[in-house]
Ligand binder design. Structure first.
Ligand code: HEM
Length: 134
């Protein structure tokens, strides 16, 4: 094995460690397949075509984990709680969202420590998005 000092010295971002853009595209694509068949979640999405929503969420996660900053170039500061205000995110929506995400994450087959880190973030973020009691 040849050793390239740049490889050994440079710290990889989490984005790179888990496989870059392709990994996040697969995750969010699978997630939106679940949303499409979810009787609680599907009606919450204003657009008939889920493709643009899938793209926004993919670009957000890519940026969050250290990849290209295309999300903010297109959408500005994420301000996710504010962007969810128009939607009724209650406990049931939160649970449905996380369970669709769990399936998508399981199917990625990441290393356990990567999977754990992503899941911890997603559960934390989902809890913070709740904006309606009940
Ligand atoms: C807790 C349950 C959640 C529900 C029910 C929910 C629902 C929604 C809905 C209905 C939209 C609008 C779709 C669109 O047109 O883009 C949306 C957008 C979005 N959501 Fe969520 N969401 C939840 C949690 C989260 C979490 C945890 C994250 C981040 C980790 C997230 C990230 C986003 C992003 C990035 C957008 C697009 C924002 C934009 O640029 O306009 N959501 N969500």
């Amino acid at each position: 094995m040849t050793e390239n000092p740049h490889d050994t010295l440079q710290e990889q971002t989490f984005y790179e460690q888990v496989g870059g853009e392709e990994t996040f595209r697969r995750l969010v694509h699978r997630f939106y397949e679940g949303v499409a068949e979810d009787p609680l979640l599907r009606p919450m999405y204003p657009e008939e075509d889920l493709g643009p929503a899938e793209e926004r969420f993919t670009l957000f996660l890519i940026q969050y984990w250290g990849g290209p900053r295309t999300y903010s170039e297109q959408r500005g500061h994420p301000r996710l709680r504010m962007r969810h205000v128009p939607f009724r995110v209650d406990r049931a929506a939160h649970d449905a969202w996380l369970s669709r995400m769990r399936v998508a994450l399981d199917e990625l087959g990441l290393a356990p420590e990567h999977e754990r880190r992503l899941w911890d973030y997603l559960t934390y973020a989902a809890a913070s998005m709740i904006n309606t009691e009940g």
